[in-house]
Design a protein around this ligand. Structure first.
Ligand SMILES: *Cc1c(COP(=O)(O)O)cnc(C)c1O
Length: 410
């Protein structure tokens, strides 16, 4: 790892080199970042510790959908910093009620349960579904089953990695949490076959982001919705990465006119400023919680809620969703037109692209290092896929420039 980091051309003999070395020696090696040390950022662009400029085409896995330092979000955060930042839920705060109301309205639902990280929203969704299963559906206690998907990514807690089929994320973290049944992603029949009287929920990503922007077949989400209705099973949509504008709609489920029973939201909800996640659902489902049965010290804190409210206001303009749809299409069309021999498939959904290579020679990682040298930050996934998720504030010229860099290295 050391060799990897220090031999990279952008980091040699520089302020960045010293910082990379510090991180390498004193940080746990649970990531393998590209060798760039970001020091400042604005909009779609970041600067490294030596002043070089890069276009950020990952946007912190969609947490920075509105760009770095969006003025409205920064203003909301700064104003709230001067008022009150943390109260705990032992008391009320004046941002929580409006945040819940505004987010429920954005989702077309009744209630919001705020947490911090995405993984906590997923954990909350799992707890909600189990409790609903026992108390509302009548499943025998301790027997609840949740159907999950092959290739899923829902976070890093011990329960969540229990049902991951990625050996890197899963192995050697057991004993694992039982109660999950995994089926192939994209097959409604597989879900139908896996349902038993004890099934309480189907948990899925409407687009699998970490898997490499895998878009399910048309009609899949609607079929899942129908099966869940027939079988009285909750449909839980993990829109932590797909939601809040990325795919060209507020929610990826909207592309099929589907409304799940629970939305799991995170990442962009905190505006790239604070961790903020939420579970959003109906009175019947989220109503299962009583005082003391779930919570979080930081969940629903006024600083996060103030930023979240501004995020919702930005989404209510519709502008970001429209940009994502238009610019994503433009990028996908230009890439397809370039007819690159090394490209096997381009998967695009809004401003979210997975460019899959015919083989791993050179690897997607090596290609991302070449892109880095050209001033473009992108992320490899699974050896053969380059993932692009630029902030939704990029211009058409910047979108074209991203495609030009890809064409140059491919
Ligand atoms: C990132 C992500 C999570 C986990 O969110 P964290 O904030 O990293 O805990 C869960 N689900 C999906 C789909 C994600 O992309």
């Amino acid at each position: 790892m050391t060799a990897d980091l220090t031999t990279a051309p952008t980091a040699v003999g520089s302020a960045a080199e010293r910082l990379l070395d510090l991180e390498d020696r004193h940080g746990a090696h649970n990531y393998h970042p590209l060798p760039v040390v970001i020091a400042t950022a604005e909009g779609a662009w970041v600067h490294d510790a030596d002043g070089r400029r890069y276009l950020d085409a990952l946007a912190a896995y969609s947490a920075v959908n509105f760009g770095h330092g969006h003025p409205d979000l920064i203003a909301a955060a700064k104003a709230q910093l001067d008022r009150v930042t943390l109260t705990s839920r032992a008391f009320h705060n004046d941002q929580l009620g409006p945040f819940c109301a505004e987010l429920a309205e954005l989702c077309g639902m009744d209630r919001v349960l705020p947490m911090n990280t995405g993984a906590e929203a997923v954990e909350t969704g799992i707890k909600t579904a189990r409790k609903w299963g026992y108390e509302v559906k009548g499943v025998p206690d301790g027997q609840a089953e949740i159907i999950v998907m092959e290739g899923n990514f829902h976070g890093r807690t011990t329960t969540i990695v229990s049902f991951s089929d990625d050996p890197v994320a899963h192995d050697h973290f057991g004993p694992y949490t039982p109660g999950f049944v995994r089926v192939p992603y994209g097959s409604a029949d597989a879900i139908r076959d896996a349902i038993t009287p004890n099934t309480v929920a189907v948990l899925l990503e409407p687009v699998q982001g970490e898997a490499g922007v895998v878009v399910p077949p048309a009609g899949y989400l609607q079929a899942v919705r129908d099966i869940c209705d027939e079988q009285r099973v909750l449909m839980i949509a993990d829109e932590i990465q797909a939601g809040l504008g990325r795919t060209g709609r507020t929610f990826a489920c909207e592309h099929e006119g589907v409304v799940p029973d629970l939305y799991l939201l995170g990442k962009a909800l905190g505006g790239g400023i604070v961790p903020l996640s939420a579970v959003v659902g109906s009175d019947e489902v989220l109503g299962v919680f009583g005082p003391g049965q779930h919570g979080s010290t930081f969940g629903g804190n006024p600083l996060a809620c103030a930023v979240g409210r501004e995020v919702i206001a930005l989404l209510n303009t519709g502008e970001f969703q429209q940009r994502a749809a238009e610019l994503g299409q433009r990028m996908a069309d230009r890439l397809a037109a370039a007819d690159l021999p090394r490209v096997k498939e381009i998967r695009a959904h809004g401003l979210w692209l997975g460019v899959e290579m015919v083989d791993a020679d050179p690897s997607a990682r090596a290609l991302c290092e070449q892109l880095l040298e050209r001033g473009l930050l992108a992320k490899d996934t699974h050896e053969t896929t380059i993932r692009l998720a630029p902030p939704l504030v990029i211009t058409a010229d910047e979108a074209d420039w991203i495609v030009d860099q890809l064409i140059a290295v491919l």
